[in-house]
Design a protein around this ligand. Sequence first.
Ligand code: ZN
Length: 549
Amino acid sequence: MKAASFVTGLFAASMLATPAFAQTPPKPKLIVAISVDQFSTDVFNEYRAGFTSGLKRLTGGIVFPRGHQSHAATETCPGHSTILTGGRPSRTGIIANDWQNPALERKTKDGKPIFEVYCAEKPGAVGSNAADQEISTQFLRIPTLGDRMKAMTPATRVVAVSGKDRAAVMMGGKTADTTIWWIGKAFGTYAGKEASLPPTLAAINARATAAIAKPLIQKLPAGCASHARAVPVSTTETVGTLKTRKAGNAGGWRATPEFDAMTLDVALAATNQLKLGKGEATDVLAISFSATDYVGHTFGTSGAETCAQMAALDATLGRLFSTLDKMGTAYAVVLTADHGGHDLPERNAANGLPAAERVDIMLSAQAVGGRLAKQFSLADNALIGRAPFGDMYLRASVPADKRAAVRDAAVAFYRAHRQVVAVFTKDELIAAQPPAGPVDEWSLIERAKASFDAERSGDFLVLLKPYVTPIPDASFGYVATHGSPWGYDRRVPILFWWKGAAAFEQPNAVETVDILPTLASLIGLPVPASEIDGRCLDLVAGAESNCGK
Ligand code: ZN
């Protein structure tokens, strides 16, 4: 902590000079930045006492249990864009996984018009969020930690690896040496950048193919028995009991611990290839583990599946740290998440939260836009939107003389619905003040402003009440999700660790945008405050501080 006054500072320095100095973080040769997709503070708190390996090590470091992905659009792409840039989505430009551009004239391969823009697409490519999508960093408006380090010291090496393209892209940035993600059947990279892949990647991909081809029978870990209770989600399906994954189910494989384990194998292969931490400059290894998110969406966050996933994640992180220990490199770790999450309403309603429910499908842009088309005698559906909440856009085909009236009618309809807590128009968001004060106490419009971009955001934004799960029907394979402005989706742990770090815990709310300036302080990287939204977090338990004046 910073000393409260000069006198206190002198006192602390004279009494604690040696220990305080010893606590000052050594300049790391390698920064290891980890994101665990959908690792909410709620899940972290539920399991933290039981960690025995990698997560135990991190909980013995500097713990901010109430980190915040502070914006309203708590999705993967915006969340990952904040972690290593210091910017909220309003600054990174990554306001959602997908947004709409009503002026876009693109068609899918089978000829359907599509207005959707994927956050990590290469603009101009056909389709969106599809297997044939070309991936790029072009929508990210600001540099990542790695981009800044390489600009200052070109010898810096930057590697980003994830189960998801958008996570690797947003953490790695525009100048990363190696960016690797899972592409349906194998790990790969940007089109034309295949030469950057580690030579051992083919062997890892062969193991992944073999693993997918076999059924996976997971053993229920000790301590998970109390979580194993079947919860019906449709007339034929239940979740909660850790079932066997069927052979050949590549999508289901992502919701198993093997996915994270192989993501780590890829990250270590790239680390060896580029000799991270062994060169003259400090290097960056960014890893986003995706399995916790797929487990959360497929099975919810409170069953045997998440319990087993937490045990496996703990072990996978343990393997990462023991491998880095053997390399003998001085490394500093930060771990956080791109957003939190919320359990499925069926289990919540059964376990003391009767208010939990699923969203009314009549809130979809399709349904509301169809109703407006009739009301205003329009030739086409009036609205475009991806989900029954979030950014909503008027179609370009709505005539100029009717646009204001159609928008007002849409806003009035959403505002009157019992599951809607607020609707903000684009004009209201443009006029709103930027967020200020403690992040956990921000108003709803402040949260919305933090993921608003005048060019990319909708004509209005629909926010649902707490505990309304925005998946109308659980029979699609996704039973639970995130994406709301509520605490369960905004709160994520932020954990720092390096060898010799003195443990302390700061229970007050901080933000993931604080990570970039904090890491920058450890390596002497200048970052102008005007270019970011975060602030340096004091990681030293005592009068010393890693944050300069
Ligand atoms: Zn995510």
